[in-house]
Ligand binder design. Sequence first.
Ligand SMILES: Nc1ncnc2c1ncn2[C@@H]1O[C@H](COP(=O)(O)OP(=O)(O)OP(=O)(O)O)[C@@H](O)[C@H]1O
Length: 246
Amino acid sequence: MNGDSHIVVDVRAVEKSFGEGQNRIHVLKHVNLEARTGEILMLVGPSGCGKTTLLSAIAGTLKIDGGEVNVFGQPLHDMSGGALTRFRAKHIGFIFQQFNLIPTLSIAENVSVPLLIQGVSNGTAIKKARAALESVGLGNRWKERPNKLSGGQQQRVAIARALVHEPPLVICDEPTAALDAQNGEIVLDLFRGVARSPDRAVIIVTHDNRIFSYADRIAKMDDGEIIEVHEQSQDVKPHFEHEAAH
Ligand SMILES: Nc1ncnc2c1ncn2[C@@H]1O[C@H](COP(=O)(O)OP(=O)(O)OP(=O)(O)O)[C@@H](O)[C@H]1O
């Protein structure tokens, strides 16, 4: 990260509850968080503490009860319908826990979807999709359907799809859960490349302690609150821990 970084995600006093009456659970409790250009921000914390809920609020896929979510200066909490969809399509690449690949399309067609939404021609979209698949080590599988691929390979397709249109903000929920060390390293190096571009940022929710050294900052969450944000020196080259320490 450098001194010229800008705030790209500004989460302020965000509140979210699910359910009604006795079943109501308060999942986000006055959450404040910033993400800046040039960084990989990791969000960690125990299962059920609200990480995915917060990520969905930042991605604009979840309506919050209170507070503000500003992304590149745009108030997502005030946007709806087509404007929000268009904003997300252009600015945000997501990698969900479920890969959400379309089973009837080849993996190259799956990866080309974000480009087609932006009006890129079919031929150009497939060409770029194949290059994105190449970058995650699946260049020679481009014609195949998702169900022919392993879980880890499908996860890499989802990563290629999230990056293909070069969105300035990349948001990932457990992007390395199904990946071995070699592929995890390829993916984290791609994320680092994104985060080192001057106007881009990456936010990763993860339990995977093999990848913590790639974070510029780590935000710890517990029971609906951010309890600590810790800045990491990048003097030591980030590396993928080859021994899973789960
Ligand atoms: N759509 C929903 N309806 C009702 N409750 C929900 C909904 N989404 C999440 N929750 C609840 O909100 C709480 C936080 O869930 P969330 O998925 O954000 O946690 P998390 O920290 O991402 O967990 P994990 O690490 O296990 O993925 C949980 O108790 C969950 O059951």
